[in-house]
Each structure stands twice: as structure tokens, then as C-alpha cells.
Write a protein that binds this ligand. Structure first.
Ligand SMILES: Cc1cc2nc3c(=O)[nH]c(=O)nc-3n(C[C@H](O)[C@H](O)[C@H](O)COP(=O)(O)O)c2cc1C
Length: 172
């Protein structure tokens, strides 16, 4: 697995939000930063990928920009898949991106399911919807998912810290 090597960890926040730069991006970046801290090691880095920017090309099979992006995400140590909750689940944008992978296309990577939503009714969405999708692609999903309410953004640092404490030792 790429995460098991001694190479510096690359942690990507993959944002499945048609509305780039929103709360979902802030949450995804906070989780990615916490993971780099947790993994330690010199040279660890984070990168944010806004899927909204590639959205118009996702259904052009064979598109080279899409291929380059799927390859980049598949080369991560850890991918934080951060997505707003739409209709009780992840967005069509995230699914359309992940549909570009073949079976086990994310094998060798670790994935962390993170969702942001307006209602606590959908708090299990990262576990019951996003986790199975990532597992189907062969990613290892060793931690709990994280669900953050829009109304909890003021307490984001504490929520991410609490999640990171629970994930300690599970990410390699
Ligand atoms: C089309 C649409 C559908 C939504 N459906 C849900 C939903 O089913 N459950 C929920 O908790 N929030 C829902 N929301 C609220 C968003 O999940 C929430 O406001 C979003 O995560 C805000 O993040 P952003 O600032 O990054 O866009 C919906 C929002 C939109 C625009």
C-alpha cells in the first residue's frame, strides 16, 4: 500500500461539492491537516481537489484531465472524501468522479469519509452510504467517518480534534 512506505505522506482533500470553496472544503481541509499532523514524518503535504472544476468533463470517457486527476487521487497516502449531504447521501458529483475508476481503483490508499449536512437526521450518511462506496473501490477505510452539521462550523476545530483522537493509530 502506498501509505505503508516511508515516503512522506500525501493527504488529499477531495471535495465532492458542486459549490467549491464552501463549508465542505473547510471541513475537508481541516481533516486533511489533522491527518498530516497525526502521521508525522518530514515532508508530509496536503492538497485540495475541488471536483466541481472537473465536473463538466466527468462524462467524457477517456478525457485526459479526468484520467490525470483519478491517477493523482489513486496515488495519495490518504484521501479525505469530503462531501455535502444531498438528499440524504453523497452528491452525484462525487459519484460521477468515482465512477471513472475500475474495480479496486483505490486499492493501496486509505480513505476517510467526511460529510457536511444541514440536519442531524443524516448523521450516519458517511457510514452507511459513503463508506461502502469507498470500500467497493478497494480503499482501506479504517477510521470512523465524520459528519459535521452546518450549525457546528464554529466548533469545527474541536469536532476535528475529537475525531482525530478516535482515529489515532488507525491510519498507519
Ligand atoms: C440540493 C441540496 C440538497 C440537500 N440535501 C440535504 C440533505 O438531504 N440532508 C442534509 O443534512 N442537508 C442537505 N443539504 C444541505 C447541505 O448538505 C449543506 O448545507 C451543505 O453541506 C453546506 O455545505 P457547503 O457550504 O459546503 O455547500 C442539501 C443542500 C442542497 C443544496
Amino acid at each position: 500500500m502506498s501509505g505503508a512506505s516511508s515516503a512522506p505522506p500525501m493527504v488529499r482533500a477531495v471535495i465532492g461539492n458542486p459549490n467549491p470553496g464552501g463549508r465542505t472544503t473547510i471541513v475537508g481541509e481541516a481533516v486533511a491537516a489533522a491527518i498530516v499532523d497525526m502521521l508525522g514524518g518530514a515532508g508530509g503535504a496536503t492538497e485540495t481537489i475541488e471536483l466541481a472544476h472537473i465536473g463538466p468533463h466527468l462524462f467524457e470517457w477517456g478525457n485526459e484531465d479526468v484520467k490525470a486527476l483519478t491517477d493523482r487521487v489513486a496515488s495519495s497516502t490518504v484521501n479525505v472524501f469530503a462531501c455535502p449531504t444531498y438528499k440524504a447521501t453523497y452528491t452525484g458529483l462525487l459519484k460521477a468522479f468515482l465512477d471513472n475508476y475500475g474495480n479496486d481503483g483505490l486499492a493501496g490508499t486509505i480513505a476517510v469519509p467526511v460529510m457536511v449536512g444541514g440536519t442531524p437526521r443524516h448523521a450516519l450518511a458517511p457510514e452507511v452510504h459513503l463508506r461502502p462506496l469507498l470500500v467497493e473501490l478497494g480503499a482501506s477505510v479504517p477510521t470512523r467517518g465524520l459528519y459535521v452539521l452546518d450549525s457546528e462550523m464554529d466548533g469545527l476545530a474541536a469536532a476535528v480534534e475529537s475525531w482525530a483522537r478516535g482515529a489515532e493509530g488507525q491510519l498507519g
